[in-house]
Write a protein that binds this ligand. Structure first.
Ligand code: ZN
Length: 849
């Protein structure tokens, strides 16, 4: 048992580095088990500090030799690095170390994936490559020489020379070590070019393994679109002669923004109509944009320390969301972003892992690449934009780029830029960064003599380490709709700063219906008692697409909650409103598809818990089934015609228009499927010419337990394609009935293709199990035990993924005593594992509280 908890580090303890790096040269002599890394680093004293103590990070490095100004030395090897006696003025450090990429299964530092070398240095992986001040406030230009018997040898920056078995690169832009990258292997590039707004020609290369060339076209187009967009919208131009992307099969995250050499999980870049769904295309476009946008928000301006992580991630997510909204449908993108926020961030924010957008302390930074840092961070940027307005927002951004270019900045710097640029006082707004938890916003109203008043009350529940919360500065976008359905007051942003606050609207002829929190203007939970009739009215008349969708969503939620708690469910209001909306062909099919989707089971569980009801995952699941069945029956007559209208009679394109039709078509198929026992789904599967249809049809067949033939067919078609086989695994778990989910999962783990050391494959199976709420929380407790077994097995191989996947258990406090016992004993069993990584230890300890 690991009794002593690993020690946290604190934001308050930040001190600047004693030594700065003027320039780095690295030489790699590649070998699977004995790569040599030689470094030459020019250090200069930091005038901002007085201490000249010298420490370099280093982990799992075999030190061969070290020298200062050419004279050999023997440094003192200490925990996590080395110390040495150094001169009081600038000096040159040299070292040579040996590392073993072949045996590096953690996928952090230099490792091998399918015979190719690649690196992952964020957050603290560079210290597994060589001794270095591995902290983001030390920025330096890098020169890299790679020697190895491989055709393609890549690093950051511009190429400066190459020959047989070697290549040299120079990155002139000072960068922190976490943005370093190296790739070597047998790779093939799709090549293209981009002319920047000032007329500079940039070479673009997207590198893949032989065989994947046919999946690169979409990624390249997305890259060019991103480059153009960042020029047009933010005035940001690319700054090297070449920009490269490499696809890697073994990768812990989605992708990484290394300067000029982005490294991508294959799942986040490779796309083709036969192998990728519309959702995959959309995600790929967003991630390519995200990593490209980091060139300015992350690389040119980086983070002073890891407590500032949301400075680059929140802003870059916000930018990629804006981009997707411009490329596709703004409304649909916003709704999808909010669905994701509620599904992941609200879940996190309302459980034992809740933390601030700017944490005060952490044990392992890898555990803080979370929905809170990323997605809530992006919501904060969006609120600032709402508060200052479009024009002021871009002015502030210009100031941010000029003031902090080339620096390692802080979140405080960011907020101050907004204050200086706009003249607004954002003192209270800063609380959003420092207070964890999702505010609850209670809304009441009254109407008298033509004056309508909205009364708001805000309260943020306690989160770990933060019992008492101060009121937040909440921008509440509100519009009012008159009784005849016309908008009588267009969107206005109310700024709530007090715990309780009221806002009045004068001169109204009749009591209006309020449309509150339009565009989801703040990451809060609105609590408002409202009649089913009013929700249906808003679904029909709201001019704000987000709130129109939200009205239907809330109505569905009311129905489901009532079904679970045994109250009267407003079923007919819901079904009638849904039928009207579905028939309205002025509405984007993608929007209608979203309106047909039900709130997540996890969201319902949280809502019940908030209302003081212990959620029963089985009951929630059954309510969903009942409602879907009732919907299928109610819409029965409509289905054939509507389904026919959604057919795409043109060659496949992954654009928003076609994707919307396919999305609605598949939502309708799910309903038809309940009535025809899988006949239509089988027909679609048989004629499918794209993965969206093939996978959608397969899901329907699995739902009615008629998927065996299709599964076998699917496997034989795609056996050699790892990304598609990930879907084959995930689908079976996702569509397993609650009582079967654990067994289906256990069986799949015995499949010879269950290559569990590959993060995509592991996640395909265990991520799907965690998301199959009723299956994961089935009373047998089998899924808990199985997940714990596998996390224990994975932890020594890949601590990052193991730690991350423990979040499957994060909602345990909501449930009944039996489930709580089963989950906590699973967690304790993980914690009791000998040699458990600090990553997993931190997560489990935080969850147990
Ligand atoms: Zn990012």
């Amino acid at each position: 048992m690991t009794d002593t908890a690993p020690q946290p580090i604190y934001l308050a303890d930040y001190t600047p580095p004693n030594w700065l790096v003027e320039e780095v040269s690295l030489t790699f002599v590649l070998d699977p088990r004995a790569t040599r890394v030689r470094s030459t680093i020019r250090f200069t004293p930091n005038p901002a500090t007085t201490s000249r103590d010298f420490f370099l990070h280093g982990e799992q490095l075999k030190l061969i030799r070290a020298a200062i100004d050419g004279a050999g030395i023997t440094p003192e090897l200490v925990d996590g690095g080395l110390k040495a006696e150094v001169p009081g003025t600038a000096f040159t450090w040299e070292s040579e170390v040996e590392i073993s990429p072949q045996t590096n299964t953690a996928l952090e530092g230099l490792y091998m994936s399918n015979g190719m070398y690649c690196t992952q240095c964020e957050a603290e992986g560079f210290r597994r490559i060589t001794f270095y001040p591995d902290r983001p406030d030390v920025m330096a230009p890098f020169k890299v020489r790679i020697e190895g018997d491989l055709p393609v040898l890549l690093s950051n920056g511009n190429p400066t020379g190459s020959g047989d078995g070697w290549a040299e690169w120079h990155d002139p832009w000072p960068k922190p070590a976490y943005l370093f990258a190296l790739v070597a292997g047998e790779l093939i590039a799709r090549e293209d070019s981009f002319t920047t707004m000032s007329g500079k020609e940039v070479d673009l290369k997207l590198w893949v393994r032989p065989g994947d060339e046919g999946k690169t076209a979409f990624g390249m187009e997305a890259l060019k679109a991103s480059m153009k967009w960042d020029e047009q919208v933010y005035g940001r131009e690319y700054d090297l002669d070449i920009f490269q992307i490499v696809a890697v099969s073994d990768f812990n995250m989605g992708a990484m923004e290394n300067k000029g050499l982005n490294i991508f999980n294959t799942s986040a870049v490779l796309a083709s109509s036969k192998t990728s769904t519309d959702a995959n295309f959309e995600r790929i476009e967003a991630i390519i944009a995200h990593e490209y946008f980091h060139n300015w928000t992350g690389n040119r301006i980086t983070c002073r320390d890891w407590f500032q992580l949301s400075l680059k991630e929140g802003l870059t997510v916000f930018r990629d969301q804006q981009f997707s909204g411009d490329m596709r449908s703004k409304a649909v993108c916003r709704i999808n972003d909010v669905i994701a926020l509620r599904g992941r961030q609200f879940r996190e924010d309302n459980g034992p892992l809740a933390h601030q957008v700017q944490p005060d302390s952490f044990v392992e930074i890898n555990n803080f690449y979370t929905a809170t840092i990323y997605e809530k961070g992006a919501e904060l940027i969006g609120m600032m934009k709402t508060l200052v307005g479009e024009e002021e927002y871009y002015k502030a951004l210009d100031l941010y780029f000029t003031r902090h270019d080339g620096e390692a900045a802080t979140i405080e710097d960011w907020v101050r830029v907004f204050e200086d640029s706009t003249g607004r006082d954002l003192t209270q707004f800063r609380r959003w960064y420092k207070q964890a938890g999702t505010p609850r916003l209670k809304v009441m109203e009254d109407f008298k003599d033509g004056t309508y008043t909205l009364h708001f009350e805000q309260e943020t529940p306690p989160t770990p380490g933060q019992d008492k919360k101060q009121p937040q500065h909440i921008p509440i976008a509100v519009g009012l709709i008159g009784p005849n359905g016309d908008e009588v007051v267009p969107t206005r942003v109310l700024e709530m700063t007090e715990t309780k606050q009221s806002f009045t609207f004068d001169g109204l002829g009749a009591k209006p219906t309020p449309s509150i929190l339009r565009h989801f203007s703040a990451p809060v939970i609105v609590q408002r008692d409202s009649s089913p009739a009013e929700r249906a009215f808003l679904l029909a008349h709201d001019t704000d697409p987000f709130n129109k969708w939200e009205a239907g969503r809330t109505l569905a939620k009311d129905v489901l909650i009532a079904m679970v708690t045994g109250e009267d469910a407003p079923l007919s209001n819901y079904l009638e409103a849904l039928a009207v909306m579905l028939r309205d062909d002025s509405l984007d099919p993608a929007f209608r598809a979203l309106a047909l989707g039900l709130p997540g089971q996890d969201d319902l569980a949280q809502t019940l818990f908030d209302a003081g009801v212990t959620p029963d995952p089985q009951k929630i699941h059954r309510a969903g089934e009942t409602l879907k069945q009732a919907t299928a029956e109610h819409l029965h007559d409509l289905l054939p015609r509507l389904s026919a209208e959604m057919e795409v009679n043109a060659p496949f394109k992954p654009n928003a228009e076609q994707a919307g039709k396919r999305a609605l078509g598949l939502e309708l198929l799910k309903l038809t499927n309940r009535m025809d026992g899988g006949a239509a789904a089988q027909a679609l599967y048989d004629k499918a010419d794209n993965m969206t249809h093939r996978l959608g049809a397969l899901g329907c067949l699995l739902d009615v337990e008629k998927g065996a033939d299709a599964l076998a067919d699917f496997r034989s078609r795609f056996d050699g394609d790892a990304l598609v086989m990930d879907k084959w695994f995930a689908m079976q778990v996702a569509h397993a009935a609650p009582e079967k989910a654990a067994d289906v999962t256990a069986t799949l783990t015995q499949d010879p293709a269950f290559n569990w050391k590959n993060p995509n494959r592991f996640r395909a199976v265990f991520g799907a199990l965690a998301m199959n709420q009723a299956g994961f929380h089935h009373v047998s407790g089998k899924a808990y035990a199985l997940t714990a077994d596998w996390l224990i097995k994975l932890d020594p191989v890949n601590h990052q993924i193991a730690a991350r996947m423990t979040t499957a258990f994060e909602t345990w406090r909501r449930y009944d005593a039996d489930r709580q016992d089963m989950i906590t004993s699973a967690l304790r069993r993980i914690l009791a594992t000998d040699g458990l990584s600090r990553d997993s230890q931190e997560m489990v300890r935080r969850m147990l509280g």
